[in-house]
Design a protein around this ligand. Structure first.
Ligand code: FES
Length: 130
């Protein structure tokens, strides 16, 4: 069984916030969801974007790159990427072709659930086990 190591001080992340850290080669995001802490892998289960650049709404994290969503509690992929869908917007033809090509390429990319890490708070320290 892995032992817990200090990741951050709990005061480093306000409720609703996230912080990327690296511990023993693991890229991890610590999330503070309304005062409860979670630890997840930093890389998106879709195409590896850094999840700390996304948005946190309760226990749901939305990736900034293509908007796939993950549970920070279980790591489960809740939804896949959202197509760019420029709709009626007027974009330069080259940009439209690029977005259509990206959407087509993403159709074959599976969104995997992400790893979560055991976490606990002791004496103002957020501790994780690898
Ligand atoms: S890289 Fe995160 S949704 Fe595509």
């Amino acid at each position: 069984m892995s032992k817990f190591v200090e990741a951050i001080k709990s005061i480093e992340i306000a409720p609703g916030g996230m912080k990327a850290i690296e511990v023993q080669g693991h890229e991890i995001v610590i999330c503070n969801a309304n005062g409860k802490f979670y630890a997840i892998q930093r890389r998106c289960g879709h195409m590896n974007a850094p999840l700390d650049k996304g948005t946190l709404d309760g226990e749901i994290l939305t990736c900034a790159m293509h908007c796939a969503q993950f549970s920070i509690n279980s790591g489960e992929a809740l939804s896949g990427p959202v197509p760019s869908n420029p709709g009626e917007e007027t974009l330069p033809p080259g940009m439209m072709r690029y977005l259509q090509n990206v959407d087509k390429l993403m159709e074959g990319v599976h969104t995997h659930s992400i790893r979560t890490y055991p976490i606990k708070v002791e004496g103002g320290s957020v501790m994780i086990a690898l």
